[in-house]
Ligand binder design. Structure first.
Ligand code: TTP
Ligand code: MG
Length: 383
């Protein structure tokens, strides 16, 4: 039996938009939309005031303008967001030595045994929310539960400024009424297939025998059903302790063609690069992973003389690796992993230069525009 753990998941509210409201008090209480303002730009995020109008992340800017013409439109300032990200990272480390950053604005913290910080573990979420608010002026949503799956589910339940604690002994009961789509790892196709056999809530999923689920969910059936039961053994692993760092994206629609896939891989390279830099790591080996629509898996690696950390260097390696495949078949998943990590490498002087990032963002925006807003960041955006 595994021992009782306490995991906190912290996620900033409308992160980029909240930073803009913080730096421009006149934006407070108003719909604020952050993203690429060029002709084909997309929305990075928007304030909760703008979400009421149906605006959301990855939506083409022109659509946002139609839905909410009165909003304040802001070009993203990534350097500033990275600065705030470092501030919250410092606070996370005051609450636990075991911090696993998931993206620029969220992390898992293993707070098992951290009673000494608050006398009672269940007081930690309020404490960390207060610390973040005092030191950054921003709000976060926090979930506390017995594992990663439940903690992330909890932080999302009462956004913005949320605080949800799932009692360890009543977790399954607590999550049973929620829609199955809330189960991490379930894409829209699986959700549809489950609805077909009458499985709509997490409770329905928990009651379903694994043998019934296997034809729909494949190898993942058992793991996903365990989650529906409120079980998840995955440890919190700080980036610093990882043997490899990577990210993979299951595409909402299959994608065909080298250029199209490379554009998505470029976005993934930037996310992996950001994690390397924020953890002070370089990697010697770069791996490209491709899964076809027919579930054929291809992985190709390159090991370098000098370790890499920059987005552009990752892209160069991925581009070279991509030549080993024809890209004639439709692709359903793309991934980039960096391994053989090192604490030493050439310091990247051009880390996070705004102009560069904006050029990249424009390239990604163009891609999203071409394929529709939903190809990326749906399904398993976070791994
Ligand atoms: P999220 O935490 O997904 O979103 P959010 O913080 O804006 O809003 P929420 O209150 O729902 O958590 O992402 C964090 C930041 O990452 C977000 O502020 C902007 C950026 N981002 C993009 O640039 N593109 C995207 O498609 C998404 C989802 C996020
Ligand atoms: Mg957030």
């Amino acid at each position: 039996m595994s021992h009782q753990r306490y995991i906190m998941h912290v996620d900033m509210d409308a992160f980029f938009a909240s930073v803009e409201q913080l730096d421009h008090p006149e934006y407070k209480g108003k719909p604020v939309i952050v993203g690429g303002l060029s002709g084909r730009g997309v929305v990075s995020t928007c304030s909760y005031e703008a979400r009421k109008f149906g605006v959301h992340s990855a939506m083409p800017m022109v659509t946002a303008q139609r839905l909410c013409p009165q909003a304040i439109y802001v070009q993203g300032r990534y350097g500033r967001y990275t600065e705030v990200s470092q501030q919250i990272r410092t606070i996370f480390h005051e609450f636990s030595p075991l911090v696993e950053p998931l993206s620029i604005d969220e992390a898992f913290l293993d707070v098992t045994g951290m009673e000494r910080l608050a006398g009672d573990i269940t007081l930690l979420p309020a404490k960390i929310k207060a610390a973040i608010n005092e030191r950054t002026g921003l709000t976060a949503s926090v979930g506390l539960a017995a594992n990663k799956f439940l903690a992330k589910l909890a932080s999302d339940l009462d956004k913005p400024d949320g605080l949800v604690i799932i009692p360890a002994d009543r977790a399954a009961e607590f999550i049973a009424p929620l829609p199955v789509g809330k189960v991490f790892g379930l894409g829209s196709r699986s959700t549809e297939a489950l609805a077909h056999i009458g499985v709509l809530t997490i409770g329905d999923l928990a009651r379903c025998p694994v043998s019934t689920l296997r034809p729909i969910l494949g190898k993942q059936a058992e793991e996903i059903r365990n989650r529906a039961l409120g079980l998840d053994d995955r440890p919190v692993i700080p980036d610093e302790e990882r043997k490899s760092l990577g990210r993979e994206v299951t595409l909402e629609q299959d994608v065909v063609g080298r250029e199209e896939c490379l554009a998505i891989l470029w976005d993934i390279c930037q996310q992996v690069g950001w994690r390397l830099r924020s953890s002070g790591l370089w990697g010697y080996t770069v791996t490209l992973k491709i899964k076809t629509a027919r579930f054929q898996l291809l992985t190709r690696s390159r090991t370098l003389e000098e370790p890499v950390q920059l987005d552009e260097d990752l892209r160069e390696q991925i581009t070279l690796l991509s030549r080993q495949w024809s890209f004639r078949e439709p692709v359903r998943l793309l991934g980039v992993t960096v391994s053989h990590l090192s604490r030493e490498g050439t310091v990247s002087l051009n880390f996070d230069q705004d102009e560069k990032k904006q050029k990249r963002a424009a390239a990604l925006d163009a891609l999203k525009q071409r394929f529709g807003e939903q190809i990326i960041y749906k399904g398993t955006r976070r791994t």
